[in-house]
Design a protein around this ligand. Structure first.
Ligand code: SF4
Length: 234
């Protein structure tokens, strides 16, 4: 079995595809390769094509690649967080239902190291107006709770990585924040990126003291709405 993985968000590390590659190798004994597009001149070199978009603006490319692979009669799957808000459009164009949420087949891989990691998924969105639809039937502005869950899923056994991808670090239980900081410190990275950062509403002086122990590349605050202005100066 030859599996081709295409990351349409080409300039970005694609954690989902890195996990998918392990999944195919370990559970199917597959040979896995990456490509920027479907190699139409050599269709005999692959059987399965998985295409991922991290951002919604990469979805047109995802649709193009999926249609090409389908025309070659390959087994095709599409997904990634960029597909979440445009699932109907993708399904209409390709007939494929995208895997827009973390894929339970390979989401949790505690034995493997990656360039990025999630120590938690989801966000309880307490008091956050962006996590809730403003009118019935409307999509909320922030899709994290809808994609990853309205409650936290906590991972205590993942391998540390220099890029921490969790969506709301400051609202995590204190013990979990301590675990993340301790294990990441032990890995001794010269620089650490808390990618999605901290939410002003849940950021406290002790949060700053805790995370200051890491060599953070920058302090990123999700200052998303004007009501958070006072907290952002906390
Ligand atoms: S904006 Fe931040 S706090 Fe609000 S729902 Fe999204 S991740 Fe949670």
């Amino acid at each position: 079995m030859n599996v081709l993985l295409i990351n349409t968000s080409r300039d970005e590390y694609n954690l989902g595809l890195a996990k998918a590659a392990n999944y195919w190798r370990e559970t199917h004994g597959a040979s896995v390769s990456y490509a920027d597009s479907v190699p139409t001149l050599f269709p005999e070199t692959f059987d399965v094509v998985w295409i991922s978009a991290i951002f919604s603006w990469d979805v047109p490319a995802l649709i193009t690649h999926a249609k090409t692979a389908l025309a070659l009669d390959k087994e095709v799957a599409v997904g990634g967080p960029g597909t979440f808000g445009v699932q109907n459009k993708i399904e209409l164009a390709t007939g494929l239902k995208p895997q827009s949420t973390p894929d339970p087949r390979f989401e949790h891989q505690p034995r493997h190291s990656f360039l990025q990691t999630f120590w938690s998924r989801g966000c309880p969105a307490k008091n956050c107006t962006l996590g809730f639809p403003r009118r019935p039937g409307e999509q909320p502005i922030c899709s994290v709770p809808a994609i990853e869950g309205w409650r936290y899923t906590l991972y205590t056994d993942v391998q540390p990585a220099p890029v921490i991808m969790d969506n709301n670090l400051s609202a995590l239980p204190r013990e979990h924040q301590e675990l993340i900081v301790r294990k990441t410190l032990e890995a001794d990275y010269p620089i650490v990126d808390a990618n999605s950062g901290f939410e002003p509403r849940s950021f406290r002086p002790e949060t700053a003291a805790r995370w200051k122990r890491l060599p953070l590349k920058a302090w990123r605050f999700a200052y998303d709405e004007r009501a958070e202005l006072p907290q952002s100066y906390a």
